[in-house]
Design a protein around this ligand. Sequence first.
Ligand code: 6GU
Length: 237
Amino acid sequence: MRIDVISIFPEYLNALNLSLLGKAQDAGLLEVNVHDLRNHTFDRHKTVDDTPYGGGAGMVMKPEPWALALESVLETSPAAQKPVLIVPTPSGEGFNQSAAYELAEAEHLVFACGRYEGIDERMFHWAREHFWVRLMSVGDYVLNGGEVAALAMVEAIGRLVPGVVGNPESLVEESHGDEGLLEYPVYTKPSSWRGYEVPEILLSGDHGKIAEWRKEQQAERTRTRRPDLWFKHQNMA
Ligand code: 6GU
């Protein structure tokens, strides 16, 4: 999979070279390129924003540097079809595990990380001619820009690319998986630690009973911590 990220703070994305995603890049499973939007400006101050038409607080990102940056990414796209352009924004559709699975199928993802009050709306109209555009939010709160949201989405998507996670079994029993339940609690050695004990059932060797206990724990956690997910789970086929 090829991923390009465009930002005025490319250093934010350095974290993508660490850990699992760093190794996946070394192994050639993933290619991540980060681009500085300001390289696509022509004035001395490398201006990427201006005041909003109609007035109001804050600044709006100019469309032309975005079009130029995106055109330069398109030139080297390996994708047969339109690449997917993900624009992180708190006003987008919700990004979740099923969106991550869907996007992990794409050949080429491009992230456009905006700052300020957003990007001139005409950029989106232009972009739809060349990309499959997805406006996506990582939660109901506001970040200063799309970079941290892009980090989260790239990590969630990248780890689903075949081969990135060494043991694919570990993707099977996860929170937000097929079942729509949160993960059960886990324990490791020692069995007694600072007066706290590992639940006895886990030491019993009875795999049937253990599976049953874990299922109960998942249900209880989901019901108390995420009543919204519990409601959906109960209404699942
Ligand atoms: Cl995707 N971007 C920004 N700037 N803020 C957010 C967000 C995205 N998702 C939630 N808050």
